[in-house]
Write a protein that binds this ligand. Structure first.
Ligand SMILES: C[S@@+](CC[C@H](N)C(=O)[O-])C[C@H]1O[C@@H](n2cnc3c(N)ncnc32)[C@H](O)[C@@H]1O
Length: 245
């Protein structure tokens, strides 16, 4: 019988659930007055961020995974200093992660499906204009499509790849995997907030860990979310904590 490869995930100082989940959720606020335009408010990088949502599609709603990733970035600015770093976000949706990375000083390429880009652009411009050193770029990236033409390996050089809640019951998990592989060099650090739902898509983590060293940064069972740091495996390479030891 074929043996299942062991999934190697490092668990290092994972913060306790309830307190952390509470702190993350406190970042959200609602406008005190009903205005003509509805928005949801978030506080990150000491600034108020206004996000317009709609119920049209997954990408038009802000998912808790995005808040988890933003909270981590905001509270780990020394270890993960984004100033002047090249960052790409996959499946940016309403744009919170892109906005927070930009407010923290990164040069961000924010990507999603074509239908989502209008609202994404609106939120990104509204919250970054005049507040950031580098204006973020919003552009289409449909997973697995035109990767080398639009994002040539030779010129990408991303320091970080951000992804929040990109794994769920969609039929593009192969294409998503291909996109992670294409965009990351051995030096690219992936910060990925994964919302656990059903088994078939949850197994993506096992598959992912065959190609990337995976380290668990947060485990939030009350939100069904884990935050991972990942880096491409290259032959003979060490994980982040092995290298630090
Ligand atoms: C659950 S939403 C998460 C949105 C955002 N990251 C957040 O956490 O609020 C999943 C995102 O992946 C995008 N997406 C789904 N399939 C995609 C594909 N094939 N190519 C690119 N983006 C895709 C959706 O448009 C959506 O923005």
């Amino acid at each position: 019988m074929e043996q299942k490869p062991e999934v190697e995930i490092e668990h290092k100082d994972v913060a306790p659930d309830a307190e952390l989940a509470g702190a993350i959720m406190k970042r959200h606020f609602r406008p005190s007055l009903i205005k003509s335009e509805a928005w949801e408010g978030y506080t990150f990088a000491d600034l108020e961020i206004k996000i317009k949502e709609s119920t049209d599609c997954y990408g038009a709603v802000l998912w808790p995974s995005a808040m988890v990733l933003c909270h981590f970035l905001d509270t780990h600015q020394e270890t993960y200093n984004l100033v002047g770093k090249n960052v790409i976000e996959l499946g940016a949706g309403t744009g919170l992660v892109t906005i927070v990375c930009s407010l923290l000083g990164a040069k961000v390429t924010s990507t999603d499906l074509p239908d989502v880009l209008g609202n994404l652009c609106y939120n990104v411009r509204r919250n970054t204009r005049g507040r950031c050193t580098y204006e973020p770029r919003v552009t289409e990236l449909t997973w697995g499509q035109q990767l080398e033409e639009r994002f040539p390996k030779a010129s990408c050089g991303y320091d970080y790849l951000m992804a929040a809640d990109v794994v769920y019951s969609h039929p593009y998990l192969d294409e998503l995997m291909e996109t992670f592989e294409h965009l990351c060099s051995k030096d690219t650090v992936i910060l990925w907030a994964m919302r656990f739902r059903l088994d078939p898509e949850n197994r993506f983590v096992d598959r992912f860990s065959a190609s990337f060293h995976l380290e668990e940064l947060y485990d939030l069972p009350s939100l069904h979310i884990k935050l991972y740091r990942a880096q491409k495996k290259v032959s003979g390479s060490q994980s982040h904590s092995e290298a630090a030891a």
